[in-house]
Design a protein around this ligand. Sequence first.
Ligand SMILES: C[S@@+](CC[C@H](N)C(=O)[O-])C[C@H]1O[C@@H](n2cnc3c(N)ncnc32)[C@H](O)[C@@H]1O
Length: 348
Amino acid sequence: MKKEYNINEVANIFNITTNKIRYYEKKGLIKPLRDENNEYRIFDKNHIMTLQAILLYRTIGLSINDIKEILTSNSNSNYLNHFNKQWGIINGEIHRLSGIRKSLEGIIDDLYEADGCNINNNILDIIEKTYKLDNIKNNWKDKWNFDSWAKTYDVSVKEDRGNLKIYKNYNLILENVFNLVERLNINYPSILEIGVGTGNLASKFLKNNYNIIGIDQSREMLSVAKEKYPKLKVRLGEFLKIPYGDKCFDVIVSTYAFHHLNNSEKSIAIEEMIRVLKDNGKIIIGDLMFENKQDEDNVIKDLSLEQIEEIRDEYYSHIDFLEGEFKKFNKELTYKRIDDFNYIVCID
Ligand SMILES: C[S@@+](CC[C@H](N)C(=O)[O-])C[C@H]1O[C@@H](n2cnc3c(N)ncnc32)[C@H](O)[C@@H]1O
């Protein structure tokens, strides 16, 4: 390999313009040497490799700023930080675009069937629905700050210092969810856990050689899970924008996570779970719930103000609501009560 190159030679190697190289230099991504006599730029082997990396990073959509930060340190955590961020952006775009594609499909079908009638209002309705759906999907925020809880989560589950003692049956619930999947007797099921947290449920599957992947919206939770269980596959991902294609999984499991979505969000999350579930796939959710409004009133009337506040800070499901939502997809829901607040629902 030649040792030094001028800017035209470099531009030829990569089939790019010299302006592009000057732009990357101006943005601080690359710093060529200068010829002492005429100030012309000189590129060595390292500059060539850096430029190749910059161009490749651009092909996956990384911003100039992100690339600049990636180039400053080749530590794993620096890479993870930027690639996870990009994963989130790309996943958001895929969801946005597939929402638009779905609404265009609806509009085109309506137009073919309209046979000359004016369906202008239908078109606008379809577009508005897509817009509203996108808004709900993008507006979910982690108001509990799980990132800051990640390192102490396991201890706080053990100590269970909250007013409601929601974790008193934690191990029993996780064990039950695992056993229910075992009893499904599916050959080599692909399992998705949503809200994997620090990996306590996933680890049971891992130990028994199941093919499981855990998603969570909290990078810190994922990092603790990975530290505890290096073999566990994890990805950044949300209930509302599951980062997988259609019909990928035989089973979806989740514990202590679904109650961070309100009812409109739950409906979308249910549609998302059904989307990524194979035909005849199963969903098993262990979470904080009431059977219905009446059950909630009954339980709440004996609670202290602090306890009620703790419930109101989250969105405990009503099982009759979930049942109705899953029915829309011809899915049957059965459930098991574990204690006043914890239930396990199975969707078949
Ligand atoms: C209370 S922890 C439970 C963790 C674990 N599943 C367990 O049973 O110990 C709730 C977890 O759900 C995750 N979570 C909450 N809302 C989520 C959402 N919309 N999408 C994905 N993960 C979510 C949080 O980041 C957190 O890791």
